[in-house]
Design a protein around this ligand. Structure first.
Ligand SMILES: Nc1ncnc2c1ncn2[C@@H]1O[C@H](COP(=O)(O)OP(=O)(O)OP(=O)(O)O)[C@@H](O)[C@H]1O
Ligand SMILES: [Mg+2]
Length: 251
C-alpha cells in the first residue's frame, strides 16, 4: 500500500553510486529529506557533496541506485526533469542574466502575457510579492542583477526557484562568498523556505552555519555517508570527527 501524499519524504536516495572512470565519487549513498526540514551536507574537499547535488539536480545520472520523489521512483536525466519533479538548484551567481532586472529574471522563460504583450505590471507585482514573502530586501524590482551583491543575487535565484513551483531546494555552498551579514541573511531565507514547508538540502563547509540552520546533518567522507545526525543530538566535535574519519560508525 502506498502511504498518503505528504507522509513520504520529499526526496529519498537509495544506494546511489556514481563513478567517473576509476573514481567512485558516490558510493551507495542513502538519505531522505522531508518537507519542512533543512538537511545539511558536510564533508571534506572531494567527499562527493557537489556530485550528490548534481545527481539530484539531473546533471549526473547515477550508475546505480534509486531516487524517489514523494515516494515515487523518478529518472532525472536532465535539469529539466529535476525541475518538473519540483527540484531546484541554486548555485551562486548562476542562471541569472546580469543585464536584465530583478523581476525579468524572476520570470525568465515564463513571462506572463496580456494578449501579445508581456504583462510587465503583473510581473513586477508578483516579483515584489514573492520577495516580500521571502523577506528579501531589494528596494526596486527594476534593479539590474549586475548591480546586486553575490548574496542578493543568490536570494533572487532562490525566490525564482520557489516562484517556479520548486518544493525541494538544493543549495551548494550558499555562504562561500558571503560576508557575515549576508550569511545571516541567507540563513534567514533558508529558514523561511522551511517555514513554507519546503525541503531544503544545503551543502556547506561552515560548521557554525550548519549548526545554526539545519535540522539534520549528513556527513560525507570519500564518497560515502559517514554518518547522519540530528543537530539537537550531536556536537561540533562529533561532526568534525566524522568528517576527518577519526570517528568510525559502528558497523
Ligand atoms: N565531472 C567529473 N569528472 C571526473 N571526476 C569528477 C567529476 N566531478 C567530480 N569528480 C571527482 O569526484 C570526487 C568528488 O567530487 P565533488 O566535487 O563531488 O566533491 P565535493 O565534496 O563537492 O568537494 P568540494 O568540497 O571541494 O567542493 C572527487 O574525487 C572529484 O575529483
Ligand atoms: Mg563541491
Amino acid at each position: 500500500m502506498t502511504a498518503p501524499k505528504g507522509t513520504q519524504p520529499a526526496l529519498e536516495l537509495r544506494g546511489v553510486t556514481k563513478r567517473f572512470g576509476r573514481v567512485t565519487a558516490l558510493e551507495e549513498v542513502s538519505l531522505t529529506v522531508s518537507r519542512g526540514e533543512i538537511l545539511a551536507i558536510v564533508g571534506d574537499n572531494g567527499a562527493g557533496k557537489s556530485t550528490l547535488i548534481k545527481a539530484i539536480s539531473g546533471v549526473h545520472r547515477p550508475d546505480e541506485g534509486e531516487i524517489l520523489v514523494e515516494g515515487e521512483p523518478v529518472t532525472l536525466a536532465s535539469p529539466a526533469d529535476a525541475r518538473s519533479a519540483g527540484i531546484a538548484t541554486v548555485f551562486q551567481d548562476l542562471a541569472l542574466v546580469e543585464c536584465l532586472d530583478v523581476s525579468t529574471n524572476m520570470f525568465l522563460g515564463q513571462f506572463p502575457r496580456r494578449g501579445w504583450f508581456v504583462d510587465r505590471k503583473k510581473m513586477d507585482l508578483e516579483s515584489r510579492r514573492f520577495l516580500d514573502e521571502l523577506k528579501v530586501t531589494v528596494a526596486d524590482v527594476h534593479t539590474q542583477i549586475g548591480m546586486l551583491s553575490g548574496g542578493q543575487r543568490q536570494i533572487i535565484s532562490i525566490a525564482r526557484a520557489v516562484r517556479a513551483g520548486a518544493t525541494t531546494i538544493l543549495l551548494d555552498e550558499p555562504t562561500a562568498a558571503l560576508g557575515v551579514r549576508e550569511t545571516m541573511h541567507a540563513g534567514n531565507i533558508i529558514a523561511t523556505l522551511r517555514e513554507a514547508n519546503n525541503a531544503v538540502i544545503c551543502v556547506s563547509h561552515d560548521i557554525e552555519f550548519v549548526f545554526k540552520i539545519a535540522d539534520r546533518i549528513v556527513v560525507m567522507r570519500l564518497g560515502k555517508v559517514a554518518g547522519i545526525r540530528t543537530v539537537a543530538e550531536t556536537t561540533r566535535d562529533e561532526i568534525i570527527a566524522l568528517i576527518t574519519g577519526t570517528k568510525q560508525e559502528a558497523a
